[in-house]
Each structure stands twice: as C-alpha cells, then as structure tokens.
Write a protein that binds this ligand. Structure first.
Ligand code: TYM
Length: 334
C-alpha cells in the first residue's frame, strides 16, 4: 500500500528486444490492472549487468524497452515507468537485504543454476544475489502484488521470506507481496523446442517471436514452429508444440481453451499455425506502430524518464528511510 492505494512493482530486463513470452506472460497483464493499483514498472538495467553487456547497446535496449511498455498500452501518467538505475534506493535497500538473506537460500535458486551454467566464464556475485535486488525492487514500493510469468515464482517466494523475516525482527515495515500470474500465457514455450521456455537469449532466432519482428517474419517463424506427428489438435501435455500454439492463441485473443479448440476443430497443423500467426500479427502491429511513433518523439520520452524517475525515487526513498532507521543507521542532520 502507498498513499492508501494498493501498489505494485514489476520489471523486465533490458537485454535485447523482449519476446512474445514477456509480452503475454507479463506486459499484457500489466495494462489491465493500471486502474486498480499504484503501479511502478522498472526497466531493470541494474539486473541486466549480471551478464556482460555492450554499454551502448544496453542504453539503447533500455530506452526501447521503456518505449515498448508505453507502446503496449501502459499510460505513463498512470503508471510510473522508469529506469531502475535512476533510483539509487534499489541498490541501498538491496545491500541491507543482503544482510538478511542466507547463502543457503540463494543456493536453491534454479534460475541462478541455469544462468551459471550458461555463463560459466562469468559467475559473478551479482548473478548469485540477483533475487535479493529483486526483493528490494518489490519491497521498496510496498507492493501488494507482483505481476509476473511463472518462471519468477521462486524469486517471489524468497522475497516474501526476506520480508517476513525482516518484519519479524523490526515490526511491520514491508507489505508482504503476492505473485500475480495470468491464467493463460504464464509460460510461453520456445517455438523450436516446446518443452523449453521461450527466451530472448535463445541463439536460434526461430525459437522466439520478438516484439518488433515484422509481420512476415512472425508468420515465417510460426510456419516453422515444431509440432508433432499426431496430426490432431488437442490440448494436452503429450503434444507440447500444439499446446503452446493454443496457449499463445488464447493469451493473445483472450479466448478460453474450449472456444479455441472449437474454432480449430477440423483444421490441419498448417492452418492452425497460420491462424495463430495472424492473431499475433494483429496484436503486435498496433504496438509496433506506436513504438515507432514514440521513437520520433525524443522530448516526450525524456520528460517521462525524468518525471517518473523522480516519482519512483520519492516513494522508494520513503521506504528506504524507514528501513534505515529500523536497522539503526543514524538520522540525517537537516
Ligand atoms: P525477465 O526480464 O526475464 O522477464 C520479464 C517478465 O516476463 C516474464 N516471462 C515470461 N512469461 C511467459 N512466458 C515466457 N516464456 C516468459 N519469459 C519471461 C517473466 O516471468 C517476467 O514477469 N528478474 C526479472 C525482472 C525483475 C523483476 C523484479 C520482476 C527484476 N526485478 C521485480 C518482478 C519484480 C526477470 O529477469 O524478468
């Protein structure tokens, strides 16, 4: 809760163009809850440097991501859209929470294990303590809910554990957040290996749809999507490729699985892929158009970055000062 209104934080990494998975699992849901909560959406560039980045590219990707948030429908007047690195309270609370988190807890994080395996040459401490910075992001804004895809659930659990531990020692400091995972689209899979999560870091470009892929590219990628040899459209775990296409369709069009199955009745796999591809193109075309319009409007975007950065710093600063007092840091002299 902030100023008597329910609040939330969520964010995305600024490492390359986001995927259809990021969009359906998170961003599309964000747009739907903007009236219910005081919303803070970070472009989490501080998280991004846990993996080596080209500085120029990181800056460009961060700005593009911020514009994509708006292009996808987030109203920057209602939602505080900002760069995490512009609000130093993230790092400051992150440090304090480091001292309230156990090595054993971090050792259990599956995402760390996956990323450490992928980046064996750079297993840095930031990668290890990443979930603690994430907890700081969430707790700074006294978030009631955190809208994310399923892959972030474990990080949400640890955030809750840290917050509860802190509250048990110091009283009611943090709101304990709940994960908010959408009914469909919470885990969109790779188009090439449908038992694996769709991820922008996948080296096979046919495995993912990127939000700025052109319509012809999107259609081609769906055409190449891996299915199976069953030859029937059903929604079950034994047909992960078809299951994923149906999930994408339902999350995109907001249909139920039942009505999608009725619509696809009697279709072959080729026609199914065509339908799903067309639905995704129809969904993303207006987002892309708005994105390119926004790209031409430098001053408008700069203003949003400045104003929202200040707003985020104001609310984050309030929580941080409360925490600093609780742990015993001396008061500032004014
Ligand atoms: P990131 O950047 O990997 O993903 C951003 C959001 O997209 C969701 N997502 C997916 N949903 C469905 N299917 C997929 N294939 C898929 N891939 C990604 C993620 O669940 C996420 O909601 N650590 C976070 C960023 C972060 C954060 C936070 C999130 C930093 N601080 C605080 C919430 C609260 C991450 O790397 O997300």
């Amino acid at each position: 809760m902030l100023d008597g209104k329910k609040s939330l934080f969520s964010g995305m990494q600024a490492t390359g163009t986001i995927t259809l998975g990021n969009y359906l699992g998170a961003l599309k849901n964000w747009v739907e809850i903007e009236d219910e909560y005081m919303c803070f959406y970070g472009v989490v560039d501080m998280h991004s440097i846990t993996v080596r980045q080209d500085p120029k590219l990181l800056r460009k990707n961060a700005r593009n991501l911020l514009m994509l948030y708006i292009a996808a429908g987030l109203d920057p007047e209602k939602n505080c859209i900002y760069y995490q690195s512009h609000v130093s309270a993230h790092a400051e609370l992150g440090w304090i929470l480091n001292c309230f988190t156990y090595m054993g807890e971090m050792n259990r994080m599956t995402q760390f294990k996956d990323k450490a395996a992928k980046h064996a040459d750079n297993i840095n401490c930031g990668l290890f303590t990443y979930p603690i910075l994430m907890a700081a992001d969430i707790l700074l804004f006294q978030s009631d809910v955190v809208p994310v895809g399923i892959d972030q659930r474990q990080h949400l659990e640890i955030c809750r554990d840290i917050a509860i531990r802190f509250n048990n020692i110091y009283g009611d400091v943090f709101t304990i957040p709940e994960a908010y995972v959408g009914k469909t689209g919470a885990k969109i899979m790779s188009l090439q290996e449908p038992t694996k999560k769709m991820s922008k870091s996948d080296t096979n470009p046919n495995a993912h749809i990127l939000l700025l892929d052109e319509p012809a590219v999107i259609m081609k990628k769906f055409k190449r999507a891996v299915t199976d040899s069953e030859g029937r459209i059903a929604y079950n775990e034994d047909q992960p490729g078809i299951h994923n296409l149906i999930d994408i369709y339902c999350a995109t069009t907001k249909s139920s699985v039942e009505s999608a199955l009725a619509e696809f009745d009697g279709l072959g796999y080729g026609a199914l892929k065509q339908r799903v591809g067309e639905a995704v193109v129809a969904e993303l075309e207006p987002v892309q158009k708005k994105f390119y319009d926004l790209s031409k409007n430098k001053d408008y975007i700069d203003q949003i970055i400045k104003n929202n950065g200040e707003k985020a710093a104001y609310y984050a600063g309030k929580t941080l000062r409360k925490v600093q007092r609780k742990v015993g840091f001396p008061d500032r002299i004014r």
